[in-house]
Design a protein around this ligand. Structure first.
Ligand code: SPQ
Length: 442
């Protein structure tokens, strides 16, 4: 799962510290991806502010540039997308390289299935191991022609010129990427495409489609679009990413004396599992100045240190906090008593196997962490000193950096280059907030 570039990065985090001040973490990764995709297909010019200039989002942006879309920026989070309309994309002259980004590949597969040209999509070592059958199976039911490797992994080869038709699809897993892929393909399909999810997942695609003037129908856990509509350019203000804010929420909750305010964080109800779970554990979190920005609810979040207790994590919270478990495992390691996570087998197919990799790292630091097929059992206690391997997974690297706040000695974290996929500037911001963290290029 390591980064494909030749150099890599080691984090050296000194033990101790507390988090303080007012900080704004970078823009939401999921919303930033979608702003480029829908902006490109819209009629008119879409202005995006707060765009996440991380490697994953740049991969999406470059893919659309390669398909003839004129995009200015990013500069200070501002991007201007000159939309080409639903049928204006051009055949790229080379395969689309999507780096580490599962969202780019899975959402693009839905859009590419409906284009008049062939496309090949590839990724780094981690993305090349991630399951794609979850999108290629339903896309084929819609009439798409898509090839993967024999094991259902990238590269994806999508054959152009197919006529798609709408389907009624019941997803076997709670996945916003699968839902979004099918809705995006559904924009081009004859008739209606409906996707039913087993549990609510992030709804940024649906919200943003509506923001671009595309009708989306919701009935309970089912969401439907009619093919053949148009998107009208708009302005998008991307809120700070709750998944990036999570590291600071957990750090402040566990480190005595912490008191931090995280500004302008997206608190979409389909993303706030981390707030719900931390509150159940006894964390002191206050949402201030709740407001709306570009169709998404936002708030400033104040977090003060408190005594955490172990809990059984309610399964309905799992899809609402799916990317936050690496950090939540660190919170559990600092809580009194046992924390039990179940129903989270999806964690095994992220940028790394987040159950195994986090359990290995916690055990290396002396924590009683026992992985299970669909979760983890963690008995809180002391976090020791040592070296852990992030396996090239950005969220694991940043979670262990926060663990150093309460560790008995320094923590060294290897294979951290991919922090730049979702959180450029993490080291500087973490140091400003109170961590003592050095990044060393090796
Ligand atoms: O893009 P990628 O690599 O899949 O990123 C991750 C992450 O931790 O940043 C997952 F590893 O986020 C996904 C998230 O887990 C982003 C996402 C989206 O934007 O639609 C949805 C979730 O994935 P899934 O598989 O549950 O649909």
């Amino acid at each position: 799962m390591s980064n494909s570039s030749e150099s890599n990065v080691i984090f050296r985090a000194a033990a101790g510290g507390k988090l303080q001040g007012h900080i704004r973490v970078p823009g939401d990764k999921s919303i930033s991806h979608r702003s480029i995709m829908l902006g490109s297909l819209a009629e008119g010019v879409t202005e995006v502010s707060g765009f996440l200039e991380g490697e994953d989002n740049i991969a999406t942006l470059e893919a659309f540039r390669a398909m003839g879309v004129q995009i200015e920026g990013p500069a200070d989070g501002r991007v201007t997308v000159h939309g080409v309309g639903m049928h204006g994309l051009k055949a790229p002259t080379r395969p689309l390289y999507l780096g580490n980004s599962g969202t780019s590949m899975r959402l693009l597969s839905g859009l590419m299935a409906a284009q008049p040209f062939d496309v090949e999509m590839s990724g780094d070592a981690s993305l090349s191991k991630r399951p794609m059958k979850r999108v290629t199976d339903p896309l084929r039911l819609m009439g798409a022609v898509v090839e993967t490797t024999a094991t259902g992994t990238p590269p994806l080869k999508v054959k152009g010129g197919q006529k798609l038709h709408g389907i009624d699809y019941v997803m076997p897993m709670a996945s916003a990427q699968v839902k979004s892929c099918l809705l995006l393909a559904g924009l081009y399909a004859a008739g209606t495409t409906c996707v039913t999810e087993p549990a609510p997942t992030r709804d940024h695609t649906e919200r943003m489609l509506a923001g671009f003037g595309y009708p989306v129908e919701r009935r309970g856990n089912t969401v439907c679009v009619q093919g053949g509509g148009r998107l009208t350019a708009t302005k998008i203000d991307v809120p700070a990413d709750i998944s990036s804010a999570t590291f600071f929420m957990v750090g402040a909750a566990i480190a005595a004396g912490s008191d931090i305010v995280l500004e302008h964080v997206g608190i979409n109800p389909t993303r706030i599992g981390v707030i719900n779970i931390l509150r159940l554990m006894g964390a002191d979190l206050e949402l201030r100045n709740e407001r709306e920005a570009g169709g998404e609810p936002v708030a400033d979040i104040r977090v003060r240190a408190s005594k955490l207790k172990g809990i059984r994590i309610p399964e309905e919270q799992v899809p609402l906090a799916i990317d936050e478990f690496p950090a939540l495992f660190v919170a559990a390691a600092c809580a009194e008593g046992e924390t039990v996570l179940t129903g989270a087998e999806e964690l095994r197919v992220k940028e790394s196997d987040r159950i195994q990799v986090m359990a290995d790292g916690l055990v290396a630091l002396g924590v009683d962490a026992r992985p299970t097929p669909d979760g983890m059992i963690i008995r809180g206690g002391r976090i020791g000193s040592g070296q852990v391997d992030s396996h090239g997974d950005h969220r694991i690297a940043m979670s262990f950096a926060m663990a150093a706040l309460v560790a008995s000695g320094p923590i060294t974290i290897t294979d951290c280059a991919n922090v730049n996929t979702s959180f450029p500037g993490f080291v500087a911001l973490a140091n400003r907030a109170g961590l003592t963290l050095q990044a060393e290029i090796v």
